[in-house]
Design a protein around this ligand. Structure first.
Ligand code: PLP
Length: 367
């Protein structure tokens, strides 16, 4: 029987092993020089903005918002079609997430829906660059400018993605990346806050480490959201390899596109002209998604559903509302996407032979 093609698999090799060994041998494994070097090197791929490494993407969003002064009484407009971590981080600051619908072609938050959701309490917008496709940053920034709102980018899935000539992570007041094992660049667990300036970076560093810059001198109440040098050493290697890993993802996506456009019943992922998509996920729409998924599973092809339930429908978010203007609390495009989306394997470990197997199995399942 043919081997199983996993839905996701981190691309870790000898260089990562050697980096971990080097840190282990040094005896300095907590946050130290490797973290500082990782921050400097990451900064180079977000236009030189100051970067602060933390223990997860969720912490990165949380500290980005806290360091910007977001808190109780504030509303942040977020998509409901995202990982719950986006909205969790908003709630953890004491602010209120307001859920807006997506535009259906590339799954990003809809600028018109965002505008309709603005109230006198709105202080910011948090677009998510879902699947590695940038949100429509020029239209979203225009809305933000019109109402004097800050833009916070959830770039957790979008390392090295670009909108026009600029990398994601450079469009707003702050941005957050994740290095979870399923992301394009991984440290196992980890995250990065991209800051607007050095003052904000200092506030994030304080929040990351119990509010202290000088040991046992606590200026504010903070968290332990530090990254370890073990993780950062892996991240530095992954960062060097990222351009080639992303190129491989894009090549696999092009091959899937070329074959799957021929298959009736499958809607392949669209790309906006201004976008450089980095395919953290390769997500199609199909009717009868759960049945197709089960058939692919029997054929040894693991898939993912990102995401099966809108965040505003989760028990944990029931008390927050979706944007006004939507019928009841329905977000039409979000609900539809949740029923139809299916993520096919696109990680760098997918071979050309795997691509052929995936296409054949998808065609058989939808016919
Ligand atoms: C992964 C992810 C997060 C959270 O990142 P963690 O590192 O898992 O905490 C937040 N938002 C989005 C869109 C994500 O994909």
């Amino acid at each position: 029987m043919a081997s199983v093609i996993p839905a996701s698999r981190p691309a870790l090799g000898r260089e990562e092993y050697r980096a971990v060994e080097r840190v282990l041998a040094s005896g300095m494994v907590a946050q130290g020089r490797e973290v500082a070097a990782f921050e400097r090197e990451f900064s180079a791929c977000v236009g030189g903005r100051p970067c602060v490494a933390v223990n997860s993407g969720t912490s990165a969003i949380h500290l980005a918002l806290l360091s910007s002064g977001v808190g109780p009484g504030d509303e942040i407009i977020v998509p409901s079609f995202t990982f719950a971590g986006t909205a969790n981080a908003v709630v953890l600051t004491g602010a209120t997430p307001v859920f807006a619908d997506i535009e259906p072609t590339c799954f990003g938050v809809d600028p018109a829906a965002v505008e309709a959701a603005v109230t006198s309490r709105t202080v910011g917008i948090m677009p998510v660059h879902l699947y590695g496709h940038p949100a429509e940053m020029d239209r979203l920034r225009a809305v933000a400018d019109r109402y004097c709102l800050a833009v916070y980018e959830d770039a957790c899935q979008a390392h090295l993605a670009m909108w026009q000539a600029a990398p994601v992570g450079t469009f707003g007041a702050a941005a957050a990346f994740s290095f979870h094992a399923t992301k394009n660049l991984t440290t196992g667990e980890g995250g990065m806050v991209v800051c607007a300036d050095e003052q904000q970076a200092r506030r994030v560093r304080l929040l990351r480490n119990h509010g202290m810059e000088r040991r046992y001198h606590h200026e504010i109440v903070g968290y332990n959201a530090r990254m370890s040098d073990l993780a950062a050493a892996v991240g530095r290697v992954q960062l060097r390899r990222a351009p080639s890993l992303v190129r491989r993802r894009r090549r696999i996506a092009r091959a899937l596109d070329a074959a799957l456009v021929e298959v009736a019943g499958v809607v392949t992922p669209d790309t906006m002209p201004a976008a450089r998509h980095v395919y953290q996920q390769y997500t199609v729409r199909v009717a009868g998604r759960d049945r197709v998924r089960a058939e692919l599973c029997s054929a040894g092809i693991e898939t993912g559903v990102h995401y099966p339930v809108p965040v505003h429908r989760m028990p944990s978010f029931r008390r927050y509302r979706s944007a006004p203007g939507a019928a009841g609390d329905a977000l039409e495009q979000t609900e539809r996407a949740c029923a139809e989306v299916l993520s096919l394997p696109v990680h760098p470990g997918v071979s050309d032979h795997d691509v052929a197997r995936i296409v054949e199995a998808v065609a058989a399942a939808v016919s």
